[in-house]
Design a protein around this ligand. Structure first.
Ligand SMILES: [Zn+2]
Length: 276
């Protein structure tokens, strides 16, 4: 109902409320350390976002190392580093040096990325909510959902402090898994990871393709491999250089290796954030 007599006094109030909402949004984005227009930075950001792809003519699942689609929050803004933080960074570097044997933590940080990104410690108490969205996408099959559930189960069995719970509610999901018929840039999967300035992962979107880059339908073992790989990125992992690992860019792994599990466990014992 419109009451003309009240339109005048209401207008400034509505304007003030709208202005307030805009300011809140800006503050929220700043708090998340996230630029309003999050930039996609293929290649420039080697970890943890990424992609798995299936080059043509390769029977197993594979992926090619090309562009990773990490969408990120900004790294630590360039303010001065406190003495405490400086000491923390030295300690983290020393721990990586001493404890990274049998992992690919150093590999995944190669290329100048000096920030550890992972879900914050408090998520050890509340499992990550993974929403798997069934979609009427060309080539989609119900068993792809089972493939993702299986991959989630493998990571849940890796003795990490964070666990993942599968559901279909996307409203409060931490990780949202969706399908598309095809992905660009020769990929079959991608994970868009958003983190704050402290390296804490806040949200992840995983996109899985129902077709290989050369147009063939993805089979179950391929979907498992791509899901294992992208969920590894969703947990904060970057790429391994070992072909057997699930986080190898051209992965065909349908099971995690001990290196995958060890790398993830080490990541979750180190504090997130920049260490340079
Ligand atoms: Zn990847």
């Amino acid at each position: 109902m419109t009451k003309p007599g009240k339109a005048g006094p209401l207008l400034p109030i509505v304007t003030a409320l709208l202005l307030g909402a805009v300011i809140m949004d800006v503050v929220r984005r700043a708090a998340l350390g996230r630029a309003p227009a999050a930039a996609s930075a293929p290649e420039a950001t080697p970890a943890p976002g990424s992609s798995a792809l299936l080059p043509s003519g390769v029977p197993g699942v594979s992926a090619s190392g090309g562009g990773d689609g990490a969408r990120s929050g900004k790294a630590t803004a360039g303010g001065p580093v406190s003495a405490t933080d400086s000491a923390r960074r030295v300690e983290v570097r020393e721990r990586i040096r001493l404890e990274s044997a049998g992992t690919y933590l150093v590999d995944m940080l190669a290329g100048g990325d000096s920030m550890l990104r992972r879900w914050p410690d408090e998520r050890a108490r509340t499992p990550l909510k993974v929403a798997v969205v069934r979609q009427p996408v060309e080539g989609f099959r119900e068993d792809f959902v089972a493939n993702v559930v299986w991959a989630v189960g493998r990571w849940n069995g890796a003795q990490l402090p964070v666990q993942m719970d599968i559901g279909s509610d996307t409203t409060r999901a931490d990780v949202v898994v969706t399908w598309v018929a095809r992905l660009d840039s020769n990929r079959t999967g991608r994970a868009d990871v958003t983190w704050d300035s402290g390296g804490n992962i806040r949200r992840v979107g995983v996109n899985l393709a129902t077709h290989t880059p050369d147009g063939r339908l993805v089979v179950g073992s391929q979907m498992v491999a791509v899901a294992l790989h992208e969920l590894g990125h969703a947990l904060g992992l970057g790429h391994s250089r070992e072909r057997a690992d699930a986080l190898y860019p051209e992965t065909a792994a349908t099971e995690l290796t001990e290196r995958d599990r060890r790398t993830a466990r080490l990541l979750y014992t180190l504090p997130p954030g920049s260490f340079r």
